[in-house]
Design a protein around this ligand. Structure first.
Ligand code: GLC
Length: 745
């Protein structure tokens, strides 16, 4: 019998044709679950153990004997990471693995456009597919709890509803290529400081209202095929194999059938990894587990120790079989899916997508006296100042670092677009981080500059003082303690004395635009001295072109902030109440941990500033256009009757300016009277509409009872308390244009 199957398998593998003898697990006409069960039934115990842990830095072995494919994973959320050596972080030295670097996920979130998220996911998924990767280790969607978190740039902001709306199409786009998204880092990995030992202490209501919704949407609506667990602990157990997060919530309440992958080096013992819902172990410190890197994978926690545990009766095979089913499902959906597209790399479409998403994500924060857009008729001489105008940013920042096929710097983008019409002069202004290398990938730039700050400032002032317009391009970069993995920022202030330089430049020439290149909020003490401010993000390969598109008005800015731009940490719940970065403690096993009580609870972001009547520098959802919009009165039924499952809210919006533009109309909900403390308002819907000059559109929203509910921890369920509610229609959380009240039954 075995000979017949072997022959049939060989025949199938050679021809791909399905015939009577084709084993069920190889027959793609059969239901997925049948294939999974058939494959499982054929695997030996050793093969089951092998398939659930890594064989190299980024791959798992499959089952060679049965022709069950290896699973190759790759970072990251903004582009496909260059190939590394088998068991190293260092480069493999390939010459065909340069990618399109897409904008940071904060920039994507700032588009407030799910269509951009779909385009993004499809494009990056095509590049992962072309590189024959089955799992893309992204998107990251951890909530922006503090502006100091080093990886905010990789995530989608502070609001659970915005995250939910943007992560679903991203996941769907990636997976349309037969590549699994791997949504990370589940959950509560909201800081990089002490990331392996942070132990967030979060009540259920906060967990379900703030930190889970994005992940739930990714799992249940996006149907993500894999999740990555975080490094941190939660209620005393590591997130990557946390019984509450993985078994009770993800696989239980959400009935999710995907595979949980550990973060790299996030597994610390076998017993809880077995029972805590982890399905694949990656990145364990192989040199810490064995004497030699060569056999280290056999000594992974879910390798030899697990095998021996099953053989000696410590563990049953039940958990192992569930893990194997999930890995097989992941494999059949990706590596062994014959119907997937072929992908592409560095295509014109991907470059155009990076530029479009970037242009849609740039946020015009301030624009007095129509300082922007650049107008060659009146701006004959433009001074560009700042290191971030010339510094390439796709290299660095941790695991999201890339080897981009190309990267247009802001200065080059401005020159490309205006060089023929306008005199452009540049001055460095300050020296921040002249390096540009990560894991053996180099930007090729040598930004060494040994001049003193005084000399640099003098040159900048000289260049600025008789320019028609000064564009200062500064902000942060991907260095440690800035926008980078494995470290948090130590202050909200701009580094390298930029604040002082900006004030000096503003005094030298009031026609000053500040372009802030960063993935997180910064303090802006000079905000009232600068007439125009742009949040430029990290925009990847097309940075300079996307930025120039907006600065020149070729693209009318329509980005909106995905997080609150605080004036100081005093406005941040995590710092005022939340004891960030936590305090030393000891866990049940005697290990040193950092307890992080999330005392601010659900009051994160605008929820906190609303509650405490604080005025941030710029509110959540804020973003200007080169045109203006007027909002009419919102209308809603007076009663949300028992028999109705939703109500419609309508608000007319008019473009009152002289050029076409897009506006994201935001709908917040307020429970006028509730038995529990609720935020002043919560984002529950938004619509991005494009309007021609003078055009009015009725923007329509639908609300159901879940939009009016809060999470009742005692009932462990969402509860809508009948009574009076109010919808607040805003251009941002700080700019409510219209309201309407109704009674919900
Ligand atoms: C890193 C990151 C994770 C990344 C993984 C592989 O430590 O936390 O986001 O995907 O390891 O590089």
């Amino acid at each position: 019998m075995k000979r017949i199957i072997a022959a049939a398998t060989l025949g199938f593998l050679l021809t791909g044709a399905v015939n009577a003898e084709t084993p069920v697990y190889l027959d793609e006409t059969k239901p997925l679950e049948e294939r999974v069960e058939d494959a499982l039934s054929r695997m030996t115990l050793r093969e089951k153990i092998n398939i659930i842990h890594a064989q190299s830095k980024f791959s798992a072995p499959g089952v060679p004997r049965l022709g069950i494919a290896e699973l190759w994973t790759t970072d990251g959320p903004m582009g496909v990471r260059p190939e590394v050596l088998w068991d190293e972080w260092e480069q493999a030295g390939w010459t065909n693995d340069s990618c399109t670097a897409f904008p940071s996920l904060t920039a994507l979130a700032a588009t407030w456009d799910p269509e951009m998220a779909l385009l993004y996911g499809k494009s990056i998924g095509e590049e992962a597919r072309f590189r024959n990767k089955s799992v893309l280790l992204g998107p990251g969607i951890n909530v922006y709890r503090t502006p100091l978190n080093g990886r905010n740039f990789e995530y989608m902001g502070e609001d659970p509803y915005l995250i939910s709306q943007m992560v679903v199409p991203y996941v769907q786009g990636v997976q349309s290529n037969g590549v699994a998204a791997c949504v990370k880092h589940f959950a509560l990995n909201n800081n990089e400081i002490n990331r392996h030992t942070s132990n967030p202490i979060v009540d259920d209501r906060t967990l379900y209202e703030i930190y889970l919704p994005g992940f739930k949407a990714a799992a249940t609506e996006g149907e993500a095929w894999s999740f990555m667990g975080g490094y941190n602990l939660f209620r005393g157990e590591h997130a990557s194999y946390n019984p509450i997060l993985m078994n009770q919530i993800l696989k239980g309440e959400w009935d999710w059938d995907g595979a949980v992958i550990s973060d790299w080096g996030a597994v610390h013992d076998t017993k809880t990894a077995v029972s805590g819902g982890l399905d694949m172990e990656f990145g364990s410190w192989t040199d810490g587990l064995s004497n030699g890197a060569s056999n280290a994978y056999d000594n992974y926690f879910l390798a030899q120790p697990y095998l021996e545990g099953i053989q000696n009766g410590t563990y049953s095979e039940d958990e192992l079989n569930d893990k194997v089913r999930r890995v097989l499902r992941l494999t059949f959906r990706t590596a062994m899916n014959r119907n997937k597209p072929w992908g592409s790399m560095g295509s014109d479409e991907h470059i155009a997508a990076a530029r479009q998403i970037g242009g849609e994500g740039v946020v015009l924060l301030k624009n007095e006296n129509q300082t922007l857009p650049i107008n060659p008729a009146k701006h004959k001489k433009v001074a560009v100042i700042g290191e971030n105008a010339i510094k390439k940013m796709t290299v660095g920042g941790g695991s999201s670092s890339l080897k981009a096929r190309h990267e247009i710097t802001p200065l080059d983008g401005i020159k490309n677009r205006l060089g023929e019409e306008v005199e452009i002069v540049y001055a460095r202004g300050y020296v921040g981080d002249p390096s540009g290398e990560y894991n053996g990938v180099s930007t090729g730039q040598d930004l060494t500059d040994n001049r003193t700050p005084e000399e640099l400032t003098a040159e900048a002032v000289e260049v600025a003082k008789d320019a028609d317009l000064v564009i200062f391009i500064g902000g942060l970069n991907k260095s440690d303690h800035q926008d980078a993995e494995d470290s948090d920022r130590e202050t909200m202030s701009l580094p390298y004395n930029q604040d002082e330089l900006i004030e000096t430049l503003a005094a030298a020439n009031p026609n000053l635009v500040m372009v802030n290149i960063s993935g997180t909020g910064v303090a802006m003490p000079w905000v009232n001295k600068v007439p125009a401010i742009v949040q430029g993000w990290y925009l990847g390969s097309e940075t300079g072109n996307a930025l120039a598109d907006v600065l020149t008005g070729d693209v009318n800015p329509s980005g909106k902030l995905p997080y609150t731009y605080y004036a100081s940490l005093d406005q941040v719940g995590a710092h005022k109440l939340g004891e960030y970065p936590g305090h030393k403690s000891v866990d049940a096993l005697g290990n040193e941990v950092y307890d992080m009580p999330y005392n601010e609870g659900i009051f994160v972001g605008y929820r906190f500033t609303d509650k405490n009547k604080l005025t941030p520098t710029f509110p959540f959802g804020h973003g200007l256009s080169y045109t203006t919009f007027a909002y009419g009165d919102a209308t809603a039924p007076k009663i949300f009757a028992k028999g109705d499952d939703k109500i419609e809210v309508v608000v007319p919006v008019t473009n009152t300016g002289d050029r076409k533009g897009k506006e994201t109309v935001q709908l917040y909900v307020r429970d006028v009277k509730s038995s529990v403390e609720r935020p002043v308002k919560e984002l529950k819907s938004f619509k991005k509409v494009e309007l021609n000059p003078g055009e009015t559109k009725d923007v329509k929203f639908e609300l159901d009872r879940s939009d009016l509910s809060y999470f009742d921890a005692d009932k462990h369920d969402w509860v809508m308390e009948p009574g009076e509610f109010e919808v607040l229609i805003g251009a941002s959380a700080g700019d409510i244009r219209s309201k309407a009240k109704f009674k919900a039954e």
